[in-house]
Design a protein around this ligand. Structure first.
Ligand code: ATP
Ligand code: MN
Ligand code: MN
Length: 372
């Protein structure tokens, strides 16, 4: 039986922000392998290599069908020699020896476990591994000094490593809306991050809060946090008034606006209602009355709302690609606060995400298609 098989050759634009990437990934086996290599690079402090693998995985996520042959990838960008080798191995034998070895590696497993503790970054985990600490048990036994975030992270380790579902996200949203409505009537709460992109689960729940009257949002975060705390909803919180200023680069930083951009990393104590999230929570002791959930809160003035919304909806790679596109292709500087046009030497205003895409010369991509 001889049949000439039609094999589609894929082609896709080179920036993730030019592509529509839904959650419907037809190449999960390949992208899982590449994502694992990305994760390992990031956990080893090799961010450049990490981004290269993330870009390769993202290019494959955007394809309309499963890849079956290497020859289909001629028009797919961002695939370096290393990524192509991994793809070839997976296509030919179902797995990449390098990726499988990594999955089994003690160092990788230890890095994952230790950085899985909220508040523990790559550097701390690396130092502990150097001291022979590879597991949570060894960490608890050898007792290095932990900061407040790490103590909360270790205490709630299981909860914080259990995915948050949409129903739980909705329950957190109801609490945040009650808090915002109580301390600042008229405040608007928007679900951002992965849930806004349509994900069914997340590692946390992210919210952006604003008020339609410019300036009314000033000083909101401390009030919000103290309301939540007084109602018993907070297991941990750290409020940061100007962290974005430190992280941002380039001139897209209107200094006067910066000090108002507040955010809070927290751990919520979320009551477990009957019929919600019970599975996995109970164990022998039956369902628990509450679980810990990571929650991120961001407050933005309404004039910056569209930029904050775009900047905090993700995915992380999509955001990175938007900023790269802005800089390299448009001579602009994009942040979660503003868009600065170097050619015109001025800020470009926007009150919707659609306007920002238009300023950037990009077709509008809705949140559900930003899952790069
Ligand atoms: P998950 O479902 O795992 O939570 P997520 O896409 O919501 O996935 P987050 O880590 O919660 O991932 O990040 C949400 C968004 O917030 C991302 O788009 C990211 O760009 C933005 N973000 C996260 N941390 C920072 C930060 N330190 N500074 C600026 N933006 C950030
Ligand atoms: Mn999130
Ligand atoms: Mn988050």
């Amino acid at each position: 039986l001889q049949q000439t098989e039609e094999v589609e050759v894929f082609s896709t634009p080179s920036y993730a922000c030019q592509r529509r990437t839904t959650l419907d990934n037809h190449n999960a086996v390949l992208t899982d392998a590449l994502s694992l290599l990305a994760e390992n690079a990031e956990l080893s402090g090799e961010d450049g290599r990490g981004v290269a693998f993330r870009r390769a995985a993202a290019a494959l996520k955007a394809l309309p069908l499963p890849v079956t042959r290497l020859t289909q990838l001629g028009g797919v960008p961002c695939l370096g020699g290393h990524s192509l080798r991994v793809i070839k191995d997976v296509l030919e034998s179902g797995a990449s020896p390098e990726v499988e070895a990594l999955r089994r590696s003690e160092r990788f497993k230890a890095l994952k476990v230790l950085t899985g503790i909220f508040g523990v970054g790559v550097k701390t985990a690396g130092r502990w591994i150097g001291e022979g600490i590879l597991t949570l048990r060894q960490l608890r036994d050898s007792g290095p000094t932990l900061n407040r975030a790490q103590r909360a992270g270790l205490r709630h380790y299981d909860d914080l490593n259990r995915p948050v579902g949409r129903a739980e996200a909705a329950a957190v949203a109801a609490v945040v809306e009650a808090a915002a409505g109580s301390v600042l009537p008229g405040a608007r709460v928007t679900l951002i991050g992965g849930f806004r992109r349509g994900k069914q689960t997340g590692h946390d729940v992210d919210f952006l809060i604003t008020h339609p009257e410019e300036g009314r949002e000033a000083g909101l975060m401390p009030k919000l946090v103290s309301w939540l705390d007084s109602q018993g909803f907070l297991l941990y919180q750290k409020t940061n008034s100007n962290s974005y200023l430190e992280a941002a680069e380039g001139p897209a930083r209107p200094a006067s606006n910066m000090d108002r951009f507040e955010r809070c990393f927290s751990v919520f104590k979320l009551p477990e209602e009957a019929g919600r999230g019970g599975a996995g929570a109970g164990g022998e002791g039956g369902p628990r009355p509450w679980r810990a959930v990571r929650v991120d809160l961001v407050v933005s003035p309404v004039s910056q709302f569209a930029f904050a919304l775009l900047g905090w909806t993700g995915s992380k790679l999509f955001e990175r690609e938007l900023r790269r596109w802005a800089g390299h292709e448009m001579n602009m500087c994009l942040s979660s606060h503003a868009l600065y046009d170097h050619r015109q030497s001025r800020y470009l205003r926007a009150s919707s995400e659609e306007e920002i895409f238009a300023h950037l010369g990009l077709e509008y991509i809705p949140p559900s298609e930003r899952n790069a």
